[in-house]
Design a protein around this ligand. Sequence first.
Ligand code: SAH
Length: 221
Amino acid sequence: MTWPMTLEDRKIRLLLSLRRAGITNTAVLDAIAEVPREQFVPSDLACRAYEDCPLPIGHGQTISQPQVVAYMTQALVLNDRLRVLEIGTGSGYQAAVLARLCRHVYTVERLRSLLVEARRRFTELGVSHAISTRLGDGNTGWAEEAPFDRIIVTAGALGTEPPPALIDQLAVGGLLIIPLGSDRWEQRLVRFQRCETGFKREESWPVRFVPLLPGLPSDPD
Ligand code: SAH
């Protein structure tokens, strides 16, 4: 007979698999270890919180796969002086991971009910002082708080370039990571670094994010 695995066992197994997949930054691994992913998924899916896969969070949206969260977070090269803009709050999980690694997170979501839930989680976990939230169209960024040292888009954008407003709101020397693709459901992670004279572009993994949609829904719930 084997004992059922506890959530803690599953988390340890996940962290080992993240290491094997090339997540070597210990601060990123510690942040993943410290943020309780089970609190960011519907309660009937809590037992699956440490599987390395995306999970549904309602409204046709998903919490990203832990490996993708870890990879994007590592690619942002964070430290506690940096201000980070996230587009696509969703469950709030990625924002909670970021908040452990930077000075402040600004996160934008277009669906009110997801944002309300995410804010509740930030309060419960005692991280709301480090995360500002906004209901809005992330394609336009957050002009009042720009420039940002880092920008992370957690929904897939159509085309080969990030939304122009996000490019404008990235500080010189800053990094922006975004899933870009010609197909609505398949993208590749692309990282841009803003230099004095332009942008350096690096392409990476194929990924599958829910789409970055244009504008706000007529009823944002
Ligand atoms: N980062 C999230 C997962 C994001 S799923 C997490 O950790 O759980 C993608 C999210 O992007 C969804 O919640 C979706 O509603 C949101 N989204 C899609 N288009 C958007 C837009 N134009 N502006 C803001 N949010 C958007």
